[in-house]
Ligand binder design. Structure first.
Ligand SMILES: C[S@@+](CC[C@H](N)C(=O)[O-])C[C@H]1O[C@@H](n2cnc3c(N)ncnc32)[C@H](O)[C@@H]1O
Length: 529
């Protein structure tokens, strides 16, 4: 229990007596005594978090840790307020929100919306929302083209949000508490047209006048600013959570994000976090270069990111977005500062400069080569790295992207890792180590990718160790021990991943492999090896 030095008081949650003492973890609930706190703990622990909401002019509401957070600790697990398809999507099943096969789909017998099964026809999210509204409008929908984004789908998420107003006033109130920049919107006429388009469409399509255009546009804006893409469906659907919406963004976040098979969002700390630190998550892809991340954040979340990573043009000395200087052997070309991404890039070592047009032309060219390349082919990946290493920094995001692919494909073929040459195994291990070094510098809490690469490194070391054991090589034990250690780290990093995602499957496999390695090492110990 914490006793505030300020005169903040509240009623004890158990007996209503006025008290100054609060739960020291969430600092939200008052108790008059330790006894009453203990009495309430069983129900309070479901909502207690080690953070509290703070507010400032720059980022608005955000969370600050109320105490030290231990590595591995989950700081928030939350169920959705609302789930819906993404705004721009080819038709998906309106029940499970998964991709539909044009040759094997059904139409909901009440409303005509496409579904994949009888089960999905009865999905409450569908029945109580667009299905109900379509039945009320008096004619079924007819969707026949499944290949391109369908405009009718853009109204489903805002519609499901609007339906909360009557069906679940408590959730509706929570939704309205979330940030929308609607009132002070300065977007282009085109943006406003699109937004009002969705609102007008809902009103006309469902022949309903119970909501104003302004109200629907505001909710649509809330969905854009606060929605999370849920990777559990293909294509990803969009989910809005209440408490999860108050985390601020950083391109080097201190929390990792996972999802459960029940659509819960989980935020956890892969590394320790000190009390009073702001708790951050990433709203964008942290393995994109700085200008792409910032552009994406501006477009989708409407702010200019100036986090510690964006503010450092070297990205903590990794030069993740930089080009190699062609006039001196050691220099890197980078913008002069955060405000100079659209000006000439300068060498860190000599007086060489490159115009932003040339920089963009070159990066676009490399990007086009990468998109055209078949990344499942080891030789293609190796050639790309060799070729572009002359111009791109060793940690450049394109090189990193190809290295991540290569680390996973070496040994993944039909014949498995046992058929891989020792040279390729050593290459796999080298690439994994370089990637781990890089990721631990720029995004040390990016648990999913770090877990994946540590798992790959463990498989390379396990195979090298197994061959060394067969050849009675003295190094075999240390190789197998190192393999076990990376395998255990991968398990820790992937343990919150759901079974339905590949990372959940990898975690399961890592547990099996760790147990086999322990048995093998135990046997070696007994045999005196
Ligand atoms: C999902 S909301 C986060 C909660 C929000 N601050 C609030 O008060 O409800 C996202 C919005 O928060 C603000 N925000 C979050 N992280 C930020 C950051 N690092 N820098 C500036 N603004 C940020 C932006 O306005 C963004 O559109």
């Amino acid at each position: 229990m914490v006793s505030s030095s300020q005169e903040i008081t509240g009623k004890c949650f158990v007996c209503d007596k006025v008290s100054k003492s609060r739960c020291s973890s969430c600092v939200q609930v008052f108790y008059c005594s330790v006894e009453h706190q203990k009495k309430d703990w069983k129900s309070h622990k479901a909502i207690c978090t080690p953070m509290r909401v703070c507010n400032n002019d720059k980022i608005g509401r955000h969370y600050v840790a109320t105490r030290d957070i231990k590595p591995g600790e989950i700081v928030l697990r939350e169920s959705p307020l609302i789930v819906g398809p993404s705004q721009s999507t080819a038709p998906v099943c309106v029940g499970c929100l998964k991709e539909l096969d044009q040759t094997r789909y059904m139409e909901c017998e009440r409303c005509g919306w496409p579904i994949c099964s009888q089960n999905c026809q009865n999905n409450a999210n569908h029945v109580n929302n667009e299905c109900k509204m379509t039945v009320e409008r008096g004619s079924k929908v007819s969707i026949k083209n499944f290949m391109t984004p369908h405009p009718t789908y853009s109204c489903l998420l805002p519609l499901r949000c609007m339906m909360l107003k009557e069906s679940n006033p408590e959730k509706w109130e929570q939704l309205l508490e979330l940030q929308s920049n609607h009132a002070n919107k300065t977007g282009s006429d085109e943006e406003k047209f699109i937004e009002e388009g969705v609102a007008n469409f809902i009103t006309r399509f469902f022949k309903c006048n119970k909501w104003s255009t302004d109200e629907i546009s505001k909710v649509n804006e809330i969905a854009k600013i606060n929605g999370h893409e849920l990777p559990l469906t293909c294509p990803p659907c969009v989910v809005i959570y209440y408490r999860a919406s108050f985390f601020e963004h950083s391109c080097k976040p201190n929390l990792a994000k996972s999802f459960s098979d029940k659509n819960e969002i989980i935020f956890w700390a892969p590394n320790a976090i000190k009390a009073h630190t702001n708790l951050t998550i990433s709203y964008t892809d942290v393995l994109w270069e700085t200008s792409n991340r910032r552009h994406h954040l501006k477009l989708t979340k409407q702010f200019d990111c100036d986090c510690e990573r964006c503010s450092d043009v070297t990205e903590f000395g990794t030069y993740f977005s930089s080009l190699k200087c062609q006039k001196c052997p050691e220099g890197m070309l980078t913008p002069a500062s955060l405000g100079d991404w659209n000006n000439d890039w300068r060498c860190t070592n000599c007086s060489n400069k490159m115009s932003i047009d040339s920089v963009n032309k070159f990066i676009n060219h490399a990007g086009q080569d990468l998109s055209a390349m078949e990344k499942e082919n080891e030789d293609n990946c190796i050639k790309f790295i060799e070729h572009y290493s002359k111009w791109l920094s060793p940690n450049h995001f394109y090189i990193t992207d190809v290295k991540i692919a290569l680390a996973q494909i070496i040994g993944s073929g039909f014949n498995g890792i046992q058929q891989v040459t020792i040279e390729r195994l050593l290459l796999k291990a080298k690439i994994c180590k370089e990637l781990i070094d890089l990721i631990e510098k720029i995004v040390p809490n990016e648990a999913r990718i770090l877990g994946l690469i540590k798992f790959e490194l463990h498989t390379a070391y396990a195979e090298i160790g197994r061959r060394a054991l067969q050849n009675k090589d003295a190094n075999c034990k240390s190789m197998l021990e190192e393999s076990l250690s990376y395998c255990q780290e991968a398990i820790k990093l992937l343990s919150n991943e759901p079974n339905s995602l590949p990372e959940g499957g990898i975690c399961k496999q890592a547990r099996i492999n760790a147990s086999s390695l322990l048995t093998l090492l135990g046997g070696m110990l007994e045999a005196g090896l």
